[in-house]
Design a protein. Structure first.
Length: 206
Protein backbone atom coordinates (compact mmCIF):
# COMPACT_ATOMS: atom_id res chain seq x y z
CA UNK A 1 0.00 0.00 0.00
CA UNK A 2 2.93 2.27 0.79
CA UNK A 3 4.34 1.74 -2.73
CA UNK A 4 1.02 2.63 -4.30
CA UNK A 5 0.76 5.75 -2.15
CA UNK A 6 4.30 6.82 -3.03
CA UNK A 7 3.51 6.54 -6.74
CA UNK A 8 0.60 8.98 -6.56
CA UNK A 9 2.74 12.14 -6.23
CA UNK A 10 4.89 10.94 -9.16
CA UNK A 11 1.84 10.41 -11.34
CA UNK A 12 0.51 13.85 -10.40
CA UNK A 13 3.87 15.47 -11.17
CA UNK A 14 4.01 13.62 -14.48
CA UNK A 15 0.55 14.84 -15.40
CA UNK A 16 1.45 18.42 -14.47
CA UNK A 17 4.66 18.23 -16.54
CA UNK A 18 2.82 16.92 -19.61
CA UNK A 19 0.24 19.69 -19.25
CA UNK A 20 3.02 22.28 -18.97
CA UNK A 21 4.80 20.98 -22.10
CA UNK A 22 1.53 20.93 -24.04
CA UNK A 23 0.69 24.52 -23.05
CA UNK A 24 4.22 25.66 -23.88
CA UNK A 25 4.03 24.01 -27.30
CA UNK A 26 0.61 25.49 -28.05
CA UNK A 27 2.17 28.93 -27.74
CA UNK A 28 4.75 27.98 -30.37
CA UNK A 29 2.41 26.68 -33.08
CA UNK A 30 2.78 28.27 -36.51
CA UNK A 31 0.80 31.50 -36.55
CA UNK A 32 -2.23 31.56 -38.88
CA UNK A 33 -1.65 27.93 -39.81
CA UNK A 34 -3.07 27.01 -43.25
CA UNK A 35 -3.92 23.30 -43.49
CA UNK A 36 -4.48 23.29 -47.25
CA UNK A 37 -1.06 24.79 -47.93
CA UNK A 38 0.49 22.24 -45.57
CA UNK A 39 -0.89 19.27 -47.50
CA UNK A 40 0.98 17.57 -50.32
CA UNK A 41 4.38 15.94 -50.63
CA UNK A 42 7.06 16.17 -47.94
CA UNK A 43 10.26 14.34 -47.04
CA UNK A 44 11.24 13.47 -43.46
CA UNK A 45 14.92 14.45 -43.35
CA UNK A 46 15.90 14.54 -39.68
CA UNK A 47 14.39 13.42 -36.37
CA UNK A 48 15.23 13.66 -32.67
CA UNK A 49 13.64 11.74 -29.82
CA UNK A 50 13.85 11.03 -26.10
CA UNK A 51 12.88 7.37 -26.69
CA UNK A 52 15.87 4.97 -26.91
CA UNK A 53 13.79 2.35 -28.78
CA UNK A 54 12.69 4.90 -31.39
CA UNK A 55 16.27 6.07 -31.90
CA UNK A 56 17.56 2.50 -32.17
CA UNK A 57 14.99 1.70 -34.86
CA UNK A 58 15.70 4.91 -36.78
CA UNK A 59 19.48 4.41 -36.64
CA UNK A 60 19.12 0.86 -37.93
CA UNK A 61 17.52 2.22 -41.11
CA UNK A 62 18.16 5.98 -41.43
CA UNK A 63 16.28 6.37 -44.70
CA UNK A 64 14.49 9.49 -45.91
CA UNK A 65 10.72 8.97 -45.81
CA UNK A 66 8.61 10.23 -48.70
CA UNK A 67 5.36 11.59 -47.25
CA UNK A 68 2.07 12.42 -48.93
CA UNK A 69 -0.63 14.30 -46.99
CA UNK A 70 -4.19 14.33 -48.27
CA UNK A 71 -7.22 16.11 -46.81
CA UNK A 72 -10.83 16.15 -47.95
CA UNK A 73 -12.27 19.64 -47.51
CA UNK A 74 -15.31 18.42 -45.57
CA UNK A 75 -13.34 15.91 -43.48
CA UNK A 76 -12.25 16.20 -39.86
CA UNK A 77 -8.96 14.44 -40.47
CA UNK A 78 -6.20 14.00 -43.03
CA UNK A 79 -4.23 10.97 -44.18
CA UNK A 80 -0.45 10.76 -44.13
CA UNK A 81 1.08 8.08 -46.33
CA UNK A 82 4.79 7.38 -45.94
CA UNK A 83 6.98 5.43 -48.34
CA UNK A 84 10.48 4.20 -47.60
CA UNK A 85 13.05 1.93 -49.23
CA UNK A 86 13.55 -1.00 -46.87
CA UNK A 87 15.13 -4.43 -47.41
CA UNK A 88 15.39 -3.86 -51.14
CA UNK A 89 11.81 -2.80 -51.74
CA UNK A 90 9.43 0.11 -51.17
CA UNK A 91 7.20 -0.06 -48.10
CA UNK A 92 4.17 2.17 -47.62
CA UNK A 93 2.30 2.88 -44.38
CA UNK A 94 -0.70 5.07 -43.67
CA UNK A 95 -2.08 6.89 -40.65
CA UNK A 96 -5.08 9.15 -40.13
CA UNK A 97 -4.53 12.36 -38.18
CA UNK A 98 -7.56 13.92 -36.49
CA UNK A 99 -7.84 17.68 -36.67
CA UNK A 100 -8.34 19.60 -33.42
CA UNK A 101 -9.85 22.95 -32.50
CA UNK A 102 -6.33 24.40 -32.63
CA UNK A 103 -5.03 24.92 -36.20
CA UNK A 104 -1.63 23.28 -36.53
CA UNK A 105 -2.31 20.67 -33.85
CA UNK A 106 -3.25 17.09 -34.79
CA UNK A 107 -3.92 13.85 -32.94
CA UNK A 108 -3.53 10.15 -33.70
CA UNK A 109 -3.37 6.89 -31.75
CA UNK A 110 -0.72 4.19 -32.21
CA UNK A 111 -2.37 0.95 -31.14
CA UNK A 112 0.90 -1.00 -31.26
CA UNK A 113 2.19 0.97 -28.27
CA UNK A 114 -1.18 2.09 -26.88
CA UNK A 115 0.07 5.64 -27.31
CA UNK A 116 -1.81 8.90 -27.83
CA UNK A 117 0.22 11.28 -29.98
CA UNK A 118 -0.26 15.05 -30.23
CA UNK A 119 1.53 16.68 -33.18
CA UNK A 120 2.26 20.40 -33.44
CA UNK A 121 3.45 22.32 -36.50
CA UNK A 122 5.87 24.67 -34.78
CA UNK A 123 7.17 26.45 -37.87
CA UNK A 124 6.71 26.21 -41.65
CA UNK A 125 6.93 28.33 -44.77
CA UNK A 126 4.80 25.71 -46.61
CA UNK A 127 7.01 25.85 -49.72
CA UNK A 128 10.30 24.59 -48.32
CA UNK A 129 10.32 23.23 -44.78
CA UNK A 130 8.32 22.39 -41.65
CA UNK A 131 9.33 21.79 -38.04
CA UNK A 132 7.10 19.45 -36.05
CA UNK A 133 6.98 18.54 -32.38
CA UNK A 134 5.24 15.36 -31.19
CA UNK A 135 4.26 14.44 -27.64
CA UNK A 136 3.50 10.73 -27.26
CA UNK A 137 1.92 9.35 -24.08
CA UNK A 138 1.71 5.59 -23.57
CA UNK A 139 -1.15 4.11 -21.55
CA UNK A 140 -1.50 2.95 -18.87
CA UNK A 141 2.19 3.47 -18.02
CA UNK A 142 2.11 7.20 -18.69
CA UNK A 143 5.54 7.07 -20.36
CA UNK A 144 6.08 10.25 -22.38
CA UNK A 145 8.21 10.58 -25.50
CA UNK A 146 9.17 13.85 -27.18
CA UNK A 147 9.97 13.86 -30.90
CA UNK A 148 11.13 16.68 -33.16
CA UNK A 149 10.98 16.27 -36.95
CA UNK A 150 12.24 18.26 -39.90
CA UNK A 151 10.18 18.00 -43.10
CA UNK A 152 11.25 19.38 -46.46
CA UNK A 153 9.54 19.64 -49.84
CA UNK A 154 12.77 18.31 -51.38
CA UNK A 155 15.35 15.73 -50.27
CA UNK A 156 17.63 18.41 -48.86
CA UNK A 157 17.47 21.78 -47.12
CA UNK A 158 19.06 24.70 -48.92
CA UNK A 159 19.08 27.17 -46.03
CA UNK A 160 21.42 26.54 -43.05
CA UNK A 161 19.08 28.61 -40.87
CA UNK A 162 16.45 25.85 -41.13
CA UNK A 163 18.85 23.34 -39.56
CA UNK A 164 19.71 25.92 -36.90
CA UNK A 165 16.01 26.26 -36.07
CA UNK A 166 15.66 22.47 -35.90
CA UNK A 167 18.62 22.15 -33.52
CA UNK A 168 17.28 24.99 -31.37
CA UNK A 169 13.90 23.22 -31.09
CA UNK A 170 15.67 19.98 -30.16
CA UNK A 171 17.57 21.72 -27.36
CA UNK A 172 14.43 23.52 -26.22
CA UNK A 173 12.85 20.15 -25.51
CA UNK A 174 15.81 18.87 -23.52
CA UNK A 175 17.63 16.83 -26.17
CA UNK A 176 21.19 16.98 -27.45
CA UNK A 177 23.07 15.96 -30.58
CA UNK A 178 23.08 12.32 -29.44
CA UNK A 179 19.28 12.26 -29.85
CA UNK A 180 19.38 13.34 -33.52
CA UNK A 181 19.17 10.97 -36.51
CA UNK A 182 19.88 12.32 -40.00
CA UNK A 183 18.17 10.33 -42.74
CA UNK A 184 19.77 9.51 -46.10
CA UNK A 185 18.64 8.44 -49.56
CA UNK A 186 19.12 4.68 -50.01
CA UNK A 187 16.74 3.99 -52.87
CA UNK A 188 14.05 5.60 -54.97
CA UNK A 189 10.36 4.89 -54.47
CA UNK A 190 7.36 6.27 -56.36
CA UNK A 191 5.19 8.79 -54.48
CA UNK A 192 2.65 7.19 -52.15
CA UNK A 193 -0.94 7.08 -53.35
CA UNK A 194 -4.22 5.75 -52.02
CA UNK A 195 -4.11 2.96 -54.61
CA UNK A 196 -0.89 1.47 -53.22
CA UNK A 197 -0.83 -1.47 -50.84
CA UNK A 198 -0.49 0.04 -47.38
CA UNK A 199 0.56 -1.21 -43.96
CA UNK A 200 -1.35 0.30 -41.01
CA UNK A 201 0.83 2.26 -38.60
CA UNK A 202 -0.15 -0.13 -35.83
CA UNK A 203 1.97 -2.73 -37.64
CA UNK A 204 4.65 -0.52 -39.15
CA UNK A 205 5.24 2.72 -37.30
CA UNK A 206 7.13 5.39 -39.24
Amino acid sequence: MQKVTSLVPLLILGSVWIHHVALETLSLIQEDFDLDRFMGKWFELTVASTCPYYLQRKRANPVILALQMQHVASGSNFTLMSTTFRNGSCKTSSVDYALTDTPGRFFHHVSRFEADVDSYVVETDYDEYALLFQLSTEKPSGNVTRIVKLYSRTVDVSRPSVLDDFNALVRQHGMGDDAVVVNHIKGECPPASTSQSQVPESKMAS
